[in-house]
Design a protein around this ligand. Structure first.
Ligand SMILES: *Cc1c(COP(=O)(O)O)cnc(C)c1O
Length: 406
């Protein structure tokens, strides 16, 4: 397959590419077609309608009645926005080492001149609410201005339980803000900004929202908005106060990513047609079927706590002496499928199967079939029958036919 610019993806690949990394995820045709439209005047009435519609739709996705801002940036920009809008130079924040993405957020905070206390982790568990509570209780001077947690750690396939973190903060009676990265969780895993008492939620377009990369989000609580009035970090492009005025009328302070907003409008329609609870249940089911396959293969899942299994992706550990990147290379060359690579501390030791966004039973069976064939070609010791186990799980948990006829 060749891209329009002549770059070769794979010289002899018929059929569609299986993009099974945990983001960017596959963009459905409906969204591609919705984006195939002329750019319009972003100060005109047609844009205003689009702007109002996507801004209010995103509140429903975050499950918040407060403001959501949309940046033309990757998720990394929205990470930075969360920090610079609420904090002052030299402030201390508490972060949890859940994996590579938590480590990167830590790096950004440090570069911005914040003081980060990092709770160490083994990359197999989510944020430790007990440890967070202990550190907050010990902080009677209220040095910590924020607790920052990654909801769905995309490098490990572990989902932190945000309500437990909130409860720990409340039990400690600590006033720190709660900031959550749900860049890969949102719109595939259940997420509730208001109910869970989150102050700033951070997300991006190219994971559960099924869009191409390029826009990102902050959902903002009243407490975070109040903190932003006193926050002294230099900011301009990311400044919430610049955004919120024009946003109230559906407009933006600078040129928005209009084409991606067309796509977002369509993505929101698709998610609301299916219903958020149904979307979340669909991804839980794919994750369970993927684990059934891994168990049958006799391969270990990186997430060590069943209560923290991610519905978005599953990270599988390679047996000792076998390199995950060699397996991924086979999957790519032989089956035109991209699997997620191991990042940071687990590079080469694990591979990741994304089952997020626009995804159905047969996408999963095709993906797992590609993995099982690649394991055999790579000479990895495993038991055959993982795909069968997944088929059995999907058949046993199939959505009844009657629910399609309505
Ligand atoms: C993808 C991802 C990011 C980074 O987002 P970019 O769009 O690549 O900047 C951050 N955190 C998590 C949890 C992610 O999955």
């Amino acid at each position: 397959m060749k891209l329009a610019n002549g770059l070769a993806l794979n010289s002899h690949a018929s059929g569609r590419h299986f993009l099974q990394i945990p983001g960017p995820s596959n963009v459905p045709d409906r969204i591609l077609r919705a984006m195939d439209n002329a750019t319009i005047d972003h100060r005109g009435p047609e844009f205003q309608e689009l702007g109002r519609s996507v801004l209010s739709g995103m509140r429903k996705i975050f499950q918040t009645s407060g403001p959501v801002v949309i940046y033309p940036s990757s998720g990394t920009g929205a990470w930075e926005a969360a920090l610079v809008n609420t904090l002052s130079p030299g402030d201390t924040v508490l972060m949890c080492e859940t994996g590579q993405f938590a480590t990167l957020w830590h790096k950004i905070a440090s570069r911005l001149g914040l003081n980060v206390e990092f709770i160490p982790g083994d990359w197999r568990h989510g944020a430790d609410a007990t440890e967070i509570e202990a550190r907050l209780r010990a902080d009677s001077a209220h040095r910590f201005k924020a607790v920052c947690v990654v909801h769905n750690e995309t490098s490990t396939g572990v989902t932190s339980r945000i309500p437990l973190v909130r409860q720990a903060m409340d039990r400690a009676g600590h006033p720190a803000l709660l900031m959550v990265d749900t860049i890969s969780g949102l719109a595939s895993a259940d997420y509730r900004h208001d109910e869970w008492g989150v102050d700033v939620s951070v997300s991006g377009s190219q994971k559960g929202l099924m869009l191409p990369p390029g826009i990102s989000f902050n959902a903002i609580s009243e407490k975070a908005l109040a903190a932003s009035k006193d926050a002294k970090m230099p900011r301009s492009y990311w400044d919430w106060s610049e955004m919120l005025g024009p946003n109230a009328n559906g407009f933006f302070p600078y040129t928005p990513a209009t084409t991606l907003l067309y796509g977002l409008h369509e993505a929101l329609a698709m998610l609301f047609e299916e219903g958020l609870p149904q979307v979340f249940a669909r991804h839980q089911r794919f994750a369970a079927a993927t684990r059934a396959a891994a168990n049958a293969w006799g391969l270990e899942i990186l997430c060590a706590n069943p209560e923290e299994y991610s519905p978005v992706l599953t990270t599988i550990m390679m047996p000792d002496g076998h390199n995950a990147d060699a397996l991924r290379k086979i999957a790519h060359e032989r089956f035109n499928m991209s699997l997620g690579q191991g990042l940071g501390k687990v590079a080469g030791k694990v591979f990741r199967i994304g089952h997020l966004g626009d995804f159905n039973d047969l996408s999963l069976i095709g993906t797992l079939g590609g993995v099982e064939m690649s394991l055999a070609i790579a000479g990895v010791p495993f038991n055959a029958g993982g795909v069968q186990a997944a088929i059995r799980y999907l058949a046993d948990s199939a959505v009844p036919l009657s629910s399609f006829s309505a």
